[in-house]
Design a protein around this ligand. Sequence first.
Ligand code: NAD
Length: 323
Amino acid sequence: MSDGSAAERPRGVVKVAVVGTGLVGATCAYSILARGLAAEIVLIDANRDRAEGEAMDLNHALPFGRPARIWAGNYSDAAGADIVIVAAGAAQKPGQSRLELARTNVEITRAIVPQIEAVAPDAILILVSNPVDVLTYAAQKASRYPWQRVIGSGTLLDTARFRFELGRHCGMDPRNVHAYIIGEHGDSEVPVWSLANVAGMRLRDYCPVCGKGCSGRALDQLFENVKTAAYRIIKLKGATYYAIGAGVARLTEAILRDEHTVMTVSTRIDGYCGIGDVCLSLPAIICRDGIRETIPLTLSPDEEAALRHSADTLQGVLRSVGL
Ligand code: NAD
């Protein structure tokens, strides 16, 4: 039987591996399947039963969609994968600090990445587990993949939430809202209000003419809703996974189709706004090689200071986990 490696697969047959098939990893796999993006999806998890169960369930969706080969496997089954999504990790335990969680998940990432690299040296890695910016940095350090090929989902989700909330607030399709959350995927993330744009107009120019007459406080509250969304969803139903699954599938699609689409993802920053040697999110152009380049946004002085604070926060975590 074929080992599924790139050399053995017919040209154009896309293979995706998902490492960590809990709620997030399985939802990423489902979203990729629903979009018909991959002909082969291999699921790898420390809990083999979990991966087997998800593979069975996903296989049973095939009669309703496009053909694909989906199975639970080991790292050798990820041979020649085009894209590897890493959503493995421990969840925060009661009483456990974020820093302790970071230490655990850094160790997990350091163990996983070399095993992927050994079998899929040409893959593009998408890191999703938290703290995602720290784990993206750890994955880059633990491998010889070029930085362009190690992408953290970063503020992909936060930016989607921001666009959704702004679209709802303005009564517009979120696809007509261009606004970014940059920096850490977490408490120090930065909304780029100065460049927010709806239907081709700067938000600050649109606000006076839209007629709603809402105050700046309404927009502050809107961002607060974005920033605290994950906490609220986790309180209500235990975890978040649909939106991140859709976002990772969309990122996968942008890579596979060489779209040169702009998305906020976590990547190594060296020099922008005086920030260096850290991974955080900026709008980046996504192509078949991963990240082509990041966009050096012209920020307001306040936004620039907030981004530096976000970078300092992340560097503090990197130092405390010995990276
Ligand atoms: P989960 O507990 O449901 O799944 C985690 C899975 O990882 C489990 O199946 C577990 O067996 C597996 N695992 C643990 N160690 C492993 C290892 N060494 N090798 C392989 N598999 C291993 O958790 P979840 O809800 O799916 O969340 C996964 C991660 O995604 C968490 O870190 C969470 O914080 C993060 N997350 C990130 C975003 C984002 O925007 N980046 C959004 C939501 C969740």
